[in-house]
Design a protein around this ligand. Structure first.
Ligand code: SOE
Length: 388
């Protein structure tokens, strides 16, 4: 029987637009889906950034997202724009009865995040916020291990998401460094990921104590102001702009319903760390360590191993049986960053006709946004702040 086709419009053609385009193109090849996604329209801001559309596999292009999200032939709107555009696009798409996917963080403010959630719930459409690292086979296995009690009572959750792409003072102003476009800096961009991982794996953050820092406060303004690369083809002007967001955020946290202690570091100034998203979880029965730069494996310590073989063992998450792993290659042939997006879209599409949504929804994203808001409040009050 022919599968129902769902026409997809993707808004945003830069880094996440590329990652999601690859995922929409690959998902039906590697996973058996109940529906057939059709890559209908790629929407962008500049004509030149849409030149990739055909190569990415899109049937059409548009510079007018408002027109596209209201087209009767569009079923799904996938939002990969700078954060400030997430709310208007998601709310318009929901009002038009489209299913919505949106990159993290959901929005720049609690008010906008809650408005987005209200819109998708009112419209009764499916909604995912792409916390992509949940969909790494190793992380999905760690979730299963914790759920089965294999780590026992959790004492510590420790996450550090460390990058270094703006350590160079000559790196210019881009949207991720401007509050009006991005909301917050490292906190909302990569701190959102580790906050979500904590809430996904361990439990909801209940209170935080934080510090935030901007190390380089002025940067050259570029003519085009897009992307995160800042190097490729960005023409600099002589004018300097103010960086009004954090370069780094660190915070302690307590977890609802647990006496575990959690520590978080989100920084773009860990010189030498390129995309080092790492988690460490220490429990009464065992512990796990994982990082995205070595994403196909995780380290597992089982306190119940016999003494002479106790130690952190390197578990290959590409072996059969790990979530998503069987769709790809034989054991040890590894997968990469881009596969996370294929997995998240697989989860989204395979549940598109079901009531439940066993993936990161706008509810999870609003919950994450509440933590980010508490972190910003604590960084300025220099006190512990409860997550509202
Ligand atoms: C930039 O920090 C960034 O692109 C994040 O925005 C993504 O969410 C992360 O996956 C990679 O780094």
């Amino acid at each position: 029987m022919a599968k129902k086709t769902l026409n997809v419009a993707l808004v945003g053609a830069q880094f996440m637009g590329k990652a999601h385009s690859n995922a929409w193109r690959k998902v039906g090849m590697f996973f058996d889906l109940p529906v057939k996604p059709v890559m209908k329209v790629l929407c962008g801001k500049f004509p030149e950034e849409l030149e990739v559309a055909e190569r990415y596999g899109w049937d059409e292009t548009s510079l007018n997202w408002k027109e596209v999200v209201n087209r009767p032939d569009i079923d799904i709107v996938d939002i990969c724009t700078p954060n400030f555009l997430h709310p208007p696009i998601a709310i318009a798409a929901a009002k038009a009865g489209k299913h919505v996917m949106c990159e993290k963080p959901l929005a720049n403010t609690m008010k906008d995040a809650e408005a987005m959630l209200a819109a998708v719930k009112k419209a009764g459409v499916k909604h995912m916020c792409g916390f992509s690292y949940r969909f790494a086979p190793a992380v999905a296995t760690i979730k299963q291990m914790i759920a089965k009690g294999e780590l026992g009572r959790i004492f510590h959750f420790r996450a550090a998401y460390q990058q270094d792409w703006i350590v160079d003072p000559d790196f210019p102003m881009v949207w991720r460094l401007k509050k009006k476009h991005t909301g917050s800096g490292a906190l909302g961009d990569i701190g959102a990921h580790i906050t979500d991982l904590c809430q996904y794996l361990i439990g909801d953050v209940s209170e935080v104590s934080a510090a935030m820092q901007t190390f380089i406060k002025k940067r050259a303004i570029t003519e085009s102001d897009t992307g995160i690369s800042g190097k490729s083809g960005e023409k600099r002007t002589k004018k300097m702009g103010i960086v009004d967001v954090d370069d780094a955020a660190v915070f302690l946290a307590r977890i609802k319903g647990s006496d575990a202690l959690a520590t978080f570091e989100a920084t773009r100034f860990a010189t030498g760390r390129r995309n080092f998203n790492s988690i460490e979880i220490y429990g009464s029965e065992g512990s796990v360590l994982w990082n995205q730069e070595d994403m196909n494996v995780f380290q597992y310590f089982n306190r119940n191993d016999p003494g002479h073989v106790q130690g952190f063992r390197r578990v290959h998450a590409t072996d059969g049986g790990h979530p998503y792993a069987d769709a790809w290659w034989p054991t040890g042939h590894i997968i990469g960053y881009e596969h996370l997006f294929v997995h998240e879209i697989y989860d989204y599409l395979s549940n598109i006709n079901k009531k439940k949504a066993p993936y990161s929804t706008f509810e999870d994203a609003v919950s994450c946004q509440r933590v980010l808001a508490a972190v910003e409040k604590s960084a300025s009050s220099r006190k512990w702040e409860k997550v509202k």
